[in-house]
Write a protein that binds this ligand. Sequence first.
Ligand SMILES: Cc1cc2nc3c(=O)[nH]c(=O)nc-3n(C[C@H](O)[C@H](O)[C@H](O)COP(=O)(O)O)c2cc1C
Length: 196
Amino acid sequence: MLNDVLALRRSIYALGNQLPISDDEVIKIVSQCVLHAPSAFNAQSSRVVILLAKKHKKFWSTVVTALEKVTPPEKIASALKRVEGFVAAYGTILFFEDEDILAKMQKQYALYADAMENWLQQGNAILSYMVWQCLAEKNIGASLQHYGNLVEKAVISEFNLPKSWRIVAQMPFGNIVAPAAEKTFLPLEDRMIVIK
Ligand SMILES: Cc1cc2nc3c(=O)[nH]c(=O)nc-3n(C[C@H](O)[C@H](O)[C@H](O)COP(=O)(O)O)c2cc1C
């Protein structure tokens, strides 16, 4: 049973722009994830932007412009083909970390200053996983992408976001046009030990 629930979430790349639920329901799901995600020292440093309709398309056109500048000619066709799949989706959720909170936490917990960034990033990953899983439970496909280094400045400016937000990941989501490819698993006994 648990396996059925967890195995629902996969990286889905063939996405469409129809959703089985309303925008309001998507917003509610994401809100609940933002509220209830655990974070180191309850720092709550993760930030989320839900891009819908034209704003979703605008984001991916910014990625395309950036890719065209940096991708070697022999790789550009496949890079753009990949992005086409994300453009076809219904929306995109952007995940950020607020570096002002990081600085505050490092000051407040000086003993852990070196580890803090890693812990806050872990919190961001947990949040993105929660959203991914909750969408999957509504039969909505999604994947996790990392084009942020190419577009962070443009995104902050285009969507008028706080300058202290550092982009971490992007999650295009939509209806599932084709299921994920079969997944391979390393042997569980190599990855997990039970000690009594
Ligand atoms: C931290 C993290 C970063 C990832 N980054 C990317 C990415 O940049 N692009 C991508 O297509 N998939 C990315 N993935 C998805 C993985 O490739 C995928 O989860 C893995 O192959 C297992 O497949 P599944 O998601 O279908 O279970 C990422 C996953 C994680 C957990």
